[in-house]
Design a protein around this ligand. Structure first.
Ligand code: UDP
Length: 334
């Protein structure tokens, strides 16, 4: 198979690219390098089955041409991270809505299967606990950027679902919860690489809000494993799946654990949301996935614990601080 991976130079995209190549597929990675990096593809570039195309999903002629050349597409190109979405709301909306529309329309022209990655932000501030795919979306007003982002991603999902139901296009939606691992940049707000880097540098760890909000972190290798299983499973077509771990931890406890694990002399600096992001910012108190649907279909369970995740992130931050290159990515399926 030849896969087109949009956003293939990004954090999760580049790990998926490597996993597809490792199992013998060919890959075309399309990325505008706005948040992705060519360095993420240095291993992939050694594989004869790999091609990188520097371009945007907003370039419909380019997307059309690449779609013609592939057998299936994994659409991951999107505005990523709360920081970026808050700083560039209009650009984020256009990338997320128009970019997805262009990709899906092209996939439809050539009858290519589409796996689209969505987000746990779909559920908004539904803090009810393990959330099934059918759980309610609870959103504040669209004037708050975060809810606008959630809505844009929901439009993407609706597009994928409509193309499946009304045009018989093979589409799958994967809602990714907090994903962590090598190559994740701290630049766009993601908490684990940020706090780990702060600890390694002896800087205060920035905990936003009261730190009692919780998240469930999943290692990128487990997320990629889930995506491969969904791609390989015909019964996934037309369906939406949560992807994430169920181990819940508060951000304050996360910060304390990172300080203990790194032996850092850093303290914790509590920062109100309106200083961390912008006035009126709203956070999710909990984001916990129920992944029964994915497990029943594919047998997927995350294999890496929070301990593994933090070990990996700490090692990565230490190497980065020492100016050493990252090692080869972890093999995905055993
Ligand atoms: N967060 C934090 N300090 C940081 C960055 C993030 O306390 O330096 C918090 C953030 O407010 C949120 C949680 O950590 O409650 C997870 O943030 P992230 O952006 O990683 O993911 P998301 O909010 O999209 O789940």
């Amino acid at each position: 198979m030849t896969y087109l991976v949009t956003g293939g130079a990004g954090f999760i995209g580049s790990h998926l690219v490597e996993a597809l190549l490792a199992r013998g597929d060919s890959v075309i990675a399309l990325d505008n390098l706005s948040t992705g990096s060519p360095a993420n593809l240095s291993e992939a570039a050694k594989n004869a089955g790999f091609r990188f195309v520097h371009g945007s999903v907003l370039d419909d002629l380019m997307v059309d041409e690449l779609m013609r050349q592939c057998d299936a597409v994994v659409h991951m190109a999107a505005a990523v991270g709360v920081r970026l979405v808050v700083d560039e709301p209009l650009k984020s909306l256009i990338t997320n809505i128009r970019g997805s529309q262009i990709v899906i329309e092209a996939a439809h022209r050539y009858r290519r299967k589409v796996l689209m990655t969505s987000t746990s932000d779909i559920y908004g501030k539904n803090s009810a606990g393990p959330l099934r795919e059918s759980a309610d979306r609870i959103l504040g007003p669209p004037s708050i950027v975060r809810w606008a982002y959630s809505t844009a991603k929901a439009v993407d999902e609706i597009l994928a679902n409509c193309y499946h139901r009304e045009r018989d296009l093979a589409t799958i939606v994967a809602r990714l919860f907090n994903t962590v691992g090598p190559r994740q940049s701290p630049a766009y707000g993601m908490v684990v690489p940020r706090l780990v880097r702060q600890a390694v540098r002896g800087e205060p760890l920035t905990v936003y809000g009261d730190g009692r909000q919780t998240r469930c972190f999943t290692h990128v290798s487990d997320v990629v494993d889930a995506l491969l299983r969904l791609l390989d499973e015909p019964a996934a077509i037309g369906q939406t799946y949560n992807v994430g771990s169920s181990r819940e931890i508060s951000i304050r406890e996360l910060a304390e654990t990172i300080i203990a694990r790194t032996g850092s002399a850093s303290g914790i600096q509590v920062i109100p949301y309106d200083q961390a992001y912008e006035s009126g910012f709203e956070d999710m108190q909990r984001k916990v996935p129920d992944t029964t649907k994915l497990r029943v279909l594919t047998g997927w369970l995350p294999r890496r614990s929070l301990d593994d995740i933090l070990s990996d992130a700490i090692a990565h931050a230490r190497r980065e601080r020492a100016g050493c290159p990252a090692p080869r990515a972890i093999p995905i399926r055993t």
